[in-house]
Design a protein around this ligand. Sequence first.
Ligand code: MG
Length: 383
Amino acid sequence: MSGPRRIAVLGSTGSIGTQALDVIRQLPERFAVDSLAGGRNHGLLAQQIAEFRPRAASWQGAASADLEAAVRSTGCRFAPVEDLALASDIPLIATAGAAGLFPTLAALKAGMPVAIANKEVLVMAGNVVQKALREHGGRLHPVDSEHSAIWQCLWGEEDHGIRRILLTASGGAFRDFDADSLAVVTAEQALNHPTWNMGPKITVDSASLMNKGMETIEAMWLFDVPMEKVEVVLHRESIVHSLVEFSDGSVKAQMGVPDMRLPIQLALAYPERMPTPPMPSLDLAAAGSLSFGRPDMERFPCLRLAIEAGRRGGTFPCAMAAADEVAVGRFLDGEVGFLDIPRVIEAVLEKHDGIADPDIETILEVDLQARDKARAVKPGVPV
Ligand code: MG
């Protein structure tokens, strides 16, 4: 390899973005920051620009004084996120929501590899992404710990049939709560995740199991299997990151200490594995035992709703993801209860007229409409 791999870190101020910069910081011979995109957190983006001196950057809104100063002193230039993705060797798509869609598609249409941490891209537009992959020869390197695990299990197995994909789930902050307790949990309680350290939206999605539901849809598109072949298994220790069962009944698992920097490093360095940042060895004897169980779709209806949306396909997953984002926002604002999140989503999906194999314009329109509907739903009041 000639020189460090030049990375566009899109979503650099978020949880995955800052951990990716930590990986890049520790491997200066292998990785360089080509560009950064930081949304509205101008203060942190300004610090990152001062440290990494990227060639270009992107942000939302009028630049704050410190951001302007950082840009001027480093000679960094503003550019749209699609341009940032295209100018890099590999973009890391770590933006939340629909913002990840266009840079991902631009890079895939240019036949590039893309490190994908954003969930919505595949949940909203899996069919469009798959089409771009087929027609232009790009590649997706999954960053999510579960999909990275499945990806690793499949290396060298390309010609072998997948019987099942087993996605592990830690169960989230409320895994042991009964229905009465779930009805009164607060946003603060939801934000206290047992194992992984993540942003607020994905932490609430982890507590409701919507995150796991979205991951089943992502797995379907990433590994080209029908929803019937994707199963969720509860595993509270977060040591087994997911498993693949092959046609002969053999099951492969990928394990490791739960640290997002490992899948991030792998998605950026593929096909290599880097010894940096240093990971502690997995101490199975100290862990003692690993537990597995079935998820409870009665207590956690978001998982059922997501799997159903994935099975129905078309625009159903997009409408579901949009409704979820609004419902989680309303929960974080204290406007609705935790169990109202699936109620809002279900109300939106009940009224949704699905469209098969949608194009991008249709997807974006469905996204906006579902958001409007989700804002209007009054939980407990029939729609
Ligand atoms: Mg995950």
